[in-house]
Write a protein that binds this ligand. Structure first.
Ligand code: FNR
Length: 211
């Protein structure tokens, strides 16, 4: 039985050659043993419409159910006009409703922004964090990941070209794994069901440790 934490990875770009998608793909491969990273597609989602709350479109309902299954969420996003791309905001809105039935609630998460620019998508990274506060998602604080100079990040095979970037991302994922371990809630159904002794779920249900 899989006792890894299931992490839904959301990529904020639909572009075929997206640097952010390349980064997400790399991270899926280099994740530590405790994490199962899986990209959840958001490009097929209709625009959120509150009129549909009682009877959402099938793609929206399926997306929300997928997020509900995840133990944690990793956002990998570009910056559009100093903010979050609409496609990612739309996905956030879809799984947040109806009010009081958000699929995001309590799920630990982390944010990586990747940009060809020098400031590494800082604006998008922090606008996203504003929504994550309201959605009650404990968000990894350190290390921050504003990845600039994206045009030089990858080799022709889509691997990270520099060992320094690989090391940074390895450290980021290690910190994220510890963050999930510390912040996962009892609503982490997969682990509550999966672990016969409930070990992970029991640990996760404890109050946060003092640091
Ligand atoms: C951008 N880009 C951009 N970059 C940035 O650093 N800050 C910004 O505010 C913006 N704004 C912006 C708006 C729109 C509509 C587009 C299409 C692009 C450039 C952006 O970082 C670049 O296109 C990246 O390559 C997008 O990420 P992906 O698709 O490579 O993952």
């Amino acid at each position: 039985m899989d006792d890894r934490w299931n992490v839904a990875v959301l990529v904020g770009s639909l572009r075929k050659e997206s640097f952010n998608r390349k980064m997400a793909n790399v991270l899926c491969k280099m994740a530590p043993a405790s994490l199962d990273l899986e990209i959840v597609e958001i490009g097929n989602l209709p625009l959120y419409n509150q009129d549909d709350d009682a009877n959402p479109p099938p793609a929206s309902a399926a997306f929300k159910a997928r997020i509900a299954q995840a133990d944690a969420v990793l956002f990998v996003t570009p910056e559009y006009n100093r903010s979050v791309p609409g496609v990612l905001k739309n996905a956030l809105d879809i799984a947040s409703r109806p009010y009081g039935k958000s699929a995001w609630n309590g799920k630990p998460c982390a944010v990586i922004s990747v940009s060809p620019g020098a400031i590494g998508g800082f604006g998008a990274n922090h606008h996203l964090r504003q929504s994550l506060v309201f959605l009650n998602m404990p968000t990894l604080q350190q290390p921050e990941a504003y990845i600039g100079g994206a045009a030089d990040l990858f080799d022709a095979q889509g691997n990270l070209a520099k060992e320094s970037t690989r090391e940074f991302m390895r450290n980021f994922l290690t910190a994220f794994a510890a963050w999930i371990e510390r912040n996962a809630t009892a609503s982490s159904a997969r682990h509550a069901n999966a672990a016969p002794n409930g070990s992970r779920a029991e640990r996760a249900a404890q109050p946060p440790r003092s640091s």
